[in-house]
Design a protein around this ligand. Structure first.
Ligand SMILES: [Zn+2]
Ligand SMILES: [Zn+2]
Length: 324
């Protein structure tokens, strides 16, 4: 885990773009993260200034086709007007889909009306999500599935779970040659089919292939009060981002404002059996590395693998798996 720029061709990488909370401070940006799954690039939340951060961290906005908003508080969505305006200005060729709770369509329509070219209409598509106590699939392609579920906050708010789809098995070429498998069958064998020889003998798939790495998963939960009802929806993810706005000394304030403490986020991580917890959405009270480390230590009293989110940090999910 470091700030070096890895090769993003395979695997899952989470990059922290903003770790601040509602009140602006000069040294932080509000919520935003970039998730890469193989060749896909997803933006999750888009607080004010996100596009400047994306430029700073060399995230290609030309490859951003899907933006997932958790809720319509400014520190999670006020970067959308700027980003869509820029996309429109440079004449992006692909549709951009924006997901979020009730109100997202109206929010996006107004941005398109005032900041985008008229011919962008229809190219920017808003999807309103209402999970209604369930986890619902909101997007799927051949690489990833995205599920949304309710968080508990001051306004309608959704969390997201990204599940990478299983990778094809590796073909064992020596075994395929030994059994005389024609090249035309290789694709199906990699997908898990057995091979039936001309004389009817079945060659089990396990004799022809070896397993690939396991698929990775990530869940994003911000903003939310301590809400154990989400545990089934984030069960067993490799990496969980859960807001940690306050320390335990301000738990009353956290509850009153619809937020969680670091310790509560860690309890959720433990209950859900995740592999690592990423912190963020820090109150302005916790400015220094030392103060954030205090939050991390509080979390660590409940859960062993806690990563303090900092802007620019890139987390390679394969390293979390290796470290387990
Ligand atoms: Zn917030
Ligand atoms: Zn909020």
């Amino acid at each position: 885990m470091n700030n070096r720029r890895p090769n993003f061709n395979d695997g899952m990488y989470l990059q922290v773009i903003g770790v601040g909370s509602a009140r602006p401070v000069p040294e932080r940006h509000p919520s935003s993260q970039v998730l890469r799954v193989r060749d896909r690039v997803f933006l999750i939340d888009c607080g004010e200034g996100t596009q400047m951060q994306l430029l700073k961290y060399k995230v290609p906005i030309s490859r951003l086709h899907r933006i997932f908003l958790t809720h319509l508080h400014g520190d999670h969505c006020l970067g959308v007007p700027g980003l869509l305006s820029t996309m429109s200005l440079v004449g992006f060729q692909h549709p951009v889909h924006i997901y979020g709770p009730e109100g997202t369509k109206d929010f996006v329509d107004r941005i398109v009306k005032y900041f985008c070219r008229t011919n962008d209409e229809g190219n920017i598509v808003a999807h309103e999500i209402n999970p209604d106590g369930e986890a619902i699939m909101v997007y799927e392609d051949h690489v990833v599935e995205v599920h949304a579920f309710e968080l508990k906050h001051k306004v309608s708010c959704v969390g997201y779970r990204f599940n990478e789809k299983p990778l094809q098995r590796h073909l064992r070429r020596d075994q395929a040659d030994y059994y005389g498998v024609p090249v035309a069958y290789f694709g199906r064998i990699k997908q898990g089919d057995d091979y039936i020889m001309p004389d009817g003998t079945i060659v089990p798939n396990e004799d022809l292939t070896s397993p690939n790495r396991p698929p990775y998963s990530f869940a994003y939960c911000s903003d939310t009060i301590y809400f154990p009802e989400i545990v089934p929806f984030i069960q067993g993810v490799d990496l969980l981002y859960h807001e940690t706005t306050f320390g335990e000394e301000l738990s009353d304030k956290a509850h009153a404002r619809g937020h969680s403490t670091a310790l509560e986020a860690a309890k959720i991580a433990r209950l859900a059996g995740v592999k690592a917890l990423l912190m963020g959405h820090y109150s302005t009270r916790y400015k220094t590395i030392k103060e954030v480390e205090m939050l991390r230590l509080e979390a660590e009293s409940q859960f062993p693998n806690v990563i303090a989110g900092e802007e620019g940090l890139i987390i390679d999910v394969s390293e979390i798996i290796k470290a387990k």
